[in-house]
Design a protein around this ligand. Structure first.
Ligand code: NAD
Length: 534
């Protein structure tokens, strides 16, 4: 399988993928046309923040299974379209938080002490220090917009510099403000009016793009310092320009521009224009928030590991599946396997169209993060009937498109199992359920098949029989399999009442061909025989 890397990642990441047998093409600075022309040859794509992974690209990416975003923000990736196409989007949100936070703090000091300007002047032997008198952060108020991973580190470190930290973030709990000892602002205006230094650390969303514009800057204290080391355009560049020009804004530092320039082009090929470049009281850095040796190593190797595992169809922490960390994912693995098996049973045994699928959790499972388990059940359910590739990512989207209602719920009813998972399929005419449990980490058992109790270990090939409970059936079935040269590894019958209907699971060593199944169905008393593959 082939992986295309369009933006720079640590060489260790590339080597890691090559060692797993992937062909890795590192093609930096490609034109859009070149990228569109070659993308169909790749199963994996690794980008940073510049490559636009949009519909135009995805339409041509017929083999693409995973987009690895080396870094944090995902605003250059059309995640809903990836989800629709079953493409995993994985990023490395934690790898560069310290680097970005430290840069924001460095930029804050650089603004108020004119460090870059003083350095440039000294280089041309202009040592007139009077022009570089600044002010101190100690005792002043920093207003942090977005108190997430980076914002909270900035808060902690600047409090260590004896700044008073306030923050505006309507999406986090009061508890989080308390944890970081940061005063909560209920509105952005409150923050703007009190801050001597404003630093923004939100993602780029419809809501945050341009959230600090000319009206907001007018509300700021005169002589405010502003840092944007998050995403270009969160602080509207026109408004910032006017504020800097008028002196309302003392100085600003911007690591991220809107739009971004190409970061790999030499100056002579750079046609980039931005009026912020004209001003002396703005410090511009070329998106170096994550540019530390530690962050680069971590980002490169983490993204490579994620892409490698996703290409082997392993579950990875991805943007477009429920948020879950690697350890928790490992713990859930036997349950996701069980859920997929239970989901797979219905359309291998029945024909009526399912209108609703419910995943019901009992016992210890009610305390687990169940989003991924439900998705595994949906994936299993769809696999026998959907031609397109179905995975954890697009299973809910596909169900939605088919008009199948899907829900999950937690049952408070006692069961004899410490954990029990039930998948219930409802058609126009009836409701059928299957249940299973996990004993030891990998001891999966199917314990209920359409209302009949079993204790059956799923194997790759199982023949499910529904029959009338009468003597002679087992012998006749054994004879058919014997004649067909099919070895029976295990079997189990279950009935609810003597002489009525019974079901059987027969584990066989190979797939039974349609003719053999027909012979089984022709046995007197056999109502149904289905080949199930897991
Ligand atoms: P995060 O998701 O941990 O935190 C973002 C916070 O913003 C969250 O707490 C969220 O509640 C808050 N938020 C969202 N909308 C908001 C709104 N309208 N008003 C106020 N708060 C809002 O993200 P993070 O890892 O801390 O990253 C923050 C930013 O830094 C992102 O934009 C990321 O892309 C950027 N970043 C830049 C660099 C760089 O190289 N300059 C490196 C890493 C991250």
């Amino acid at each position: 399988m082939n992986v295309l890397v369009t933006e720079n990642i640590a060489q260790e990441g590339v080597v890691l993928l090559q060692e797993q047998g992937y062909r890795v093409d590192v093609r930096l600075g490609m034109s859009r046309e070149e990228l569109l022309d070659c993308i169909e040859g790749y199963e994996g794509l690794i980008v940073r923040s510049v490559t636009q992974v949009n519909k135009e690209l995805l339409d041509r990416a017929s083999r693409l299974k995973v987009v690895g975003r080396a870094g944090n923000g995902i605003d250059n990736i059309d995640v809903p379209s990836c989800t629709q196409q079953g493409i995993i989007v994985a990023n490395t949100p934690d790898s560069n938080t310290m680097a970005a936070a430290e840069l924001a703090i460095g930029l804050a000091f650089a603004i108020v002490r004119h460090i870059p300007q003083a350095n440039s002047a000294a280089r041309i032997k202009d040592f007139r220090r009077k022009q570089f008198t600044g002010w101190e952060l100690d005792g002043k108020t920093v207003g942090i917009i977005g108190l997430g991973r980076i914002g909270s580190i900035v808060a902690t470190k600047l409090k260590g510099c004896k700044m008073n930290a306030i923050a505006y973030d309507p999406y986090i709990t009061d508890e989080r403000f308390k944890t970081y000892g940061v005063e909560k602002c209920n509105t952005l205006e409150e923050l703007l009016e009190q801050s001597d230094l404003i630093t923004i650390h939100t993602p780029k969303t419809e809501e945050t793009y341009g959230m600090v514009g000319s009206e907001e800057i007018a509300r700021c204290k005169d002589g405010v310092a502003i840092v944007n080391a998050a995403r270009g355009g969160l602080i509207c560049e026109d408004a910032l320009y006017d504020g800097l020009k008028s002196g309302k804004v003392y100085g600003a530092a911007v690591d991220v521009l809107d739009p971004e320039p190409g970061y790999d082009k030499p100056p002579q090929d750079q046609a980039y224009e931005n009026k912020l470049l004209e001003l002396d009281n703005v410090i511009l850095t070329p998106h170096i928030g994550a540019s530390t040796a530690e962050a680069q190593y971590s980002v490169g190797t983490t993204v490579a590991r994620l892409v490698g595992r996703a290409l082997q169809d392993q579950l990875v922490e991805a943007v477009n599946i429920p948020a879950i960390d690697a350890r928790a994912m490992e713990e859930l693995r036997p349950y996701t396997e069980l859920a997929e098996i239970l989901g797979k049973i219905y359309y291998q045994a029945e024909r009526d169209t399912v209108e609703k699928i419910e995943v019901i959790y009992h016992g210890e499972l009610t305390k687990k993060e169940t989003g991924l388990i439900s998705r595994s059940a949906y994936k299993g359910f769809l696999e026998p009937i959907v031609k397109e590739k179905v995975n954890y990512i697009n299973a809910p989207v596909l169900l939605d498109g088919m008009g199948v209602e899907f829900i999950d719920s937690k049952s408070s009813q006692d069961s004899k199992y410490t954990n029990l998972l039930t998948v219930r399929f409802s058609t126009k005419y009836k409701t059928l359920s299957v249940s299973g449990t996990v004993f030891a980490p990998h001891a999966i058992r199917i314990v209920d098949f359409f209302g009949y109790k079993l204790d059956f270990e799923p194997t790759p090939y199982i023949i499910a029989i529904q029959n009338v409970d009468q003597p002679g059936i087992i012998g006749s079935i054994g004879t058919v399999f014997g004649d067909a040269g099919i070895n029976i590894a295990a079997m189990q019958w279950s009935r609810n009442r003597r002489g009525q209907k019974a079901v059987a699971f027969i584990s066989v060593d190979q797939e039974a061909d349609p003719a053999t199944l027909e012979q089984i169905r022709a046995i007197d008393g056999v109502l149904q025989a289905s080949m199930m593959k897991f």
